[in-house]
Write a protein that binds this ligand. Sequence first.
Ligand code: BGC
Length: 841
Amino acid sequence: MATEAHSFAASVGPLPWSQMDDTTKAQARALVGRLTDAEKVSLTAGADAWTTTAVDRLGIPAIRLGDGPHGVRKPHDGAGMSMFDSHPATCFPTAAALGSTWDPELVRLVGEALGRESAAHGIAVLLGPGVNLKRTPVGGRDFEYFSEDPLVSARMGAAWVRGVQSTGVGASLKHFAANNTERRRYGVDAVVDKRALRELYLACFERVVIDERPATVMAAYNRLNGEHCTENSRLLRDILRGEWGFDGVVVSDWGAAWDRMISVPAGNDLAMPGLGRRDDRYVRRALRSGALARRALDESAARILQLVGRHAGATGAGDAPDLDAHHALARRAAAAGTVLLKNDGVLPIGPSGRIAVIGAFAKEPRFQGAGSSHVVPTRLDTLLDSLVEAVGIDRVVYAPGYDRVHNESTAALIAEAQSAAREADVAVVVIGLPEVFETEGVDREHLRLPEAHDRLVEAVRAVNAETVVVLQNGSPVEMPWLDSVPAVVEAYLGGQAGGSALAEVLLGEAEPGGRLAETFPVRYADHPESWLPNGPATVEYRESLYVGYRYFDSAGEAVAFPFGHGLSYTTFDWSDVAVSGSDSSGVGGSSDADVEVRLVVSNTGTRAGAEVVQVYVHDLESSVFRPQQELKGFAKVELAAGGRETVSIQLDRRAFSFWNTSAGAWVLEPGRFEIRVGRSSRDIRWRSTIELGAPGDDGDRDDLPALGSEGREPGDLSSFYRAPSKRAGFPVAEFERLLGHPVPRNVPAGPGEFTLDTAVSDMQQTLPGRLLFRFLARQAVKTIGAPSEAPVEMVAGDVVAQLNFRMLPTVSDGLIGRRGARRLLALVNLLSRIGRGRARL
Ligand code: BGC
């Protein structure tokens, strides 16, 4: 048996992807013919929380999947789905920090290191990257995503996948699609218009799928335009496989595939985790009765065999990863993702003078997000230790300033902080978002920091004008003290080497290489998402294309820090900026790069530094509404003092196209476009207008149908979306015009009307709902295995409140099956109806 398993895996992997295709596919297809129905069915669900099902009879091994994305989380044997009891692994910076590097090559190296560690841990498929857009700054998982912009997300995601898969380990691109809220995350329906879907929410996946061919794509929990992503054949079959040519495995997010009889035909091949083989009997019956098409099952089984064949051999072989080198890489990535938001000359800290390090985060950092991505690090650098090591204990004085667990301060802690600051030449105040403020499973309700953190900044600033604020957080925060401090450093969640990276940045030994990949609003209330309904049944994406800077720049609204912003310790000069490849007769030809932006970047300062050149496109005469400008290309250059380099940024046709909903295709509309080259969306340094003509007769224009009057978009029947503003908001009537149909009902389910999708939080007015909540909370803490005072334990109530009946089988570890969940739902409905009747009497 073992020999056969070995031969199947060894004959196909681990090879570079390009070499394994045809053989593996053919082998997998042939092998399906030798499987019994029971074996095929068993393959379509996990054997347990983390592994696929083996078929010993034919020597088909099981492979292991594991989180992901910024480090490997492999629970110890018997620890099940525990988020805390896992093998140590390098904790790299989270995606929020990696996205801010704007450096795909660096992200590829991180991917490669992650692949090597996965292989060493026996993980054949690493569950990442997360490439969803940050639609809102309060998203509980924003730390796990790269950007509010689809180009940045896709390029970072693609680099991550390339790195991981170069080691033979497969990736899992997640969470497909429009998974942008944690509130009611298991059942909420994202209502998205077709253009926003294509131009934003699918665009961040599209290029990654096409260019990098991730081994798997993870179907998200949420519904998308009415259908669960795991049951959405338009999404999985038509778009992902049909249009983008994806031939890998679609795996459900954990618990997202409720019924394989529905999810397999829709294109979700693998349901994770397994719910025990009991569930297989049900699927087999469906197969026998014809309710489940044999062809769909065969296709899924073949794809899973292909996955096993391609990746089983990746694990267990090779040298042990060099953890020192990975730590060093984590440090380099953390520095490269650190964004210098503001600097009135106080940074970098000079070679003499005392440094007050204030804030418990300096000693016990917040360095990663909370939830399924939680990693037990191999080691942990703190800012305090790293500074002491670098400049000597005599130059450093430390005061905690606030309580790390309860996020509160006292008069004594403040007094201690002030006295430390008074004695110092510079005060570094380290604050941010504690785990309970920001975790998978819960969205934030505002952008405020803990009150004690804000107060600490003000208290320190009052006694020392040279106050540097360092932020450790996974997503934007409001900074009420911003104008009063001379420097602010956004360190994000920088991973296990974040502390030493920060020390290097503060001391000027490393460049703060990051640029914001998301907008920092002044206040949450300025952000369109904050005005729009979220739940109880749907989230209406009424802002359409106006996400992040697309909104702020179109509406001309002030922001605290714009998209793309970040300062350097050195200075740069740009010269010889030119655009080529277009002329008044149009950009013909079939090459990918139709327009090229070229410029020479010179480092005019006295130290090495990094510059990020950003190219935005502004459509000057569109027949449809378009955001004021959109990022369509970027390049990062690292230059030594006095160094210069020619930078070339290519813009392909897609850079100028929009999704034509009538034609169901991308359309490049002839006309004038302004190319804007800048350092952020609000710091445009150079502009030029180009004219793109009608498509030439080069025979490569099938994807670009001409726009006739019938090609006009429904949204443009009204001019409303051409001029978004806070005053006008995004009224539902306008959104319905854009959608072309009324929005689905979005009302709370009353007692007795709960469905599989109703979140427990929406059942709390009934006694059965409250009892269920208590049961789930206990169960969830057990499953997750949180030690007391761990963030998940502290917010368990909020996390659990999002659960619904669809998740019962997973949360109960298969104890309650699908039928049990339905019965329980009926019972809860019945009891709450009776309860309501009683209340009326
Ligand atoms: C998360 C995924 C994760 C999976 C396995 C889910 O709850 O949404 O991102 O990969 O759990 O831990």
